[in-house]
Design a protein around this ligand. Sequence first.
Ligand SMILES: [Zn+2]
Length: 382
Amino acid sequence: MATVDTLPHPHDTPQARRYNRVRRWLGVADFALGLALLIVLLVTGWSGTLRDLAYRAAGQGYALAVFFYVAMLLVISKAVGIGLDYYGFRLEHRYQLSNQKVGGWVLDQVKGWVLGLVLVSLLTEILYFCIREFPQHWWIIGWVVFIGLFIFFAQIAPVVFLPIFYKFDPLENDNLKQRLVHLSERAGTRVRGVYEWKLSEKSKKANAALTGLGATRRILLADTLLQNYSDDEIEAVLAHELGHHVHRHILKSIFVQAAVTFVGFWAANAVLRYAVDAQHMFETLSDFANLPLLVLVFTLLSFLLMPVLNAYSRSNERQADRYCFRSITSTAPFISSMNKLADQNLAEREPSKWVEWLFHSHPAITKRIAAAEAWTKANPAT
Ligand SMILES: [Zn+2]
């Protein structure tokens, strides 16, 4: 058997570098555009104009006016961002990574927008209800309610949100199911199900994920993965996802999210009070024309914390990888699955240090492969 040291270490193609660079710039442009829109709405007073329009349409009813205001805001934001969204769709085609037709893309945009309207208006109604009813402690009460909703959304995501965009079938492959049962038994845990994720309708890329909480906890394997990877390679991917499950990464991420959101609510309250009391930008806290200011606070906070949250995510990924190395008989299928994934998804194997630090939720593929090789060297008996 060949030792792992002799396996080839392919480098990034110019094509992969270009694709990832454009995608990064697309993300930055999208973020900057969103930020600019929020600032323009606040500085020009257009947010107040939208609020007045919303009141007129709602016949002075507060809750209905909030809904109309959010709807108008989301229409404007989509109108501003649709160009970049379409560019992103074209980009996937230019690099032969997409199977989606324009009609399907438009349908997804509509679905995404409606889902956004439902979720954002729900959160906004709750937020301004708290501000109106508990002007002193709205931010703590709002935070508690939001955490409850996050947990609820994480739970229903695989059965409510994901099926809006993708089809899922329980995994048919008995050999793989058997291997998962073995892996799970060895881990002393149980995952409720493994599902085939019909990704190929839209994309040529492969993917796998662990989603849900409690009864909805499940592993998703893209059909694009199941078709092109050996059972040993798929087992390695399964073992990695099981690693996330065993180490309770979803629950831990919710705790991290809760801490970040707490800081966000605290800062939002401080900024809002300053804007109302010192700057007289708004007459009251409950004037929902200040929503762009609240969103701005949360957006800036998540931008500042992005490197930290990505570092946390990368450490979870490393932990899941180590779990995988321990669970499978050889790390060779893990390494070959990593190489295949990099090729299929046109991923950058060795991004520059700052790109990885700033943008990547997963360690660079070269590093994951190197970790697998180091593990095999340190544990030759397995
Ligand atoms: Zn992972």
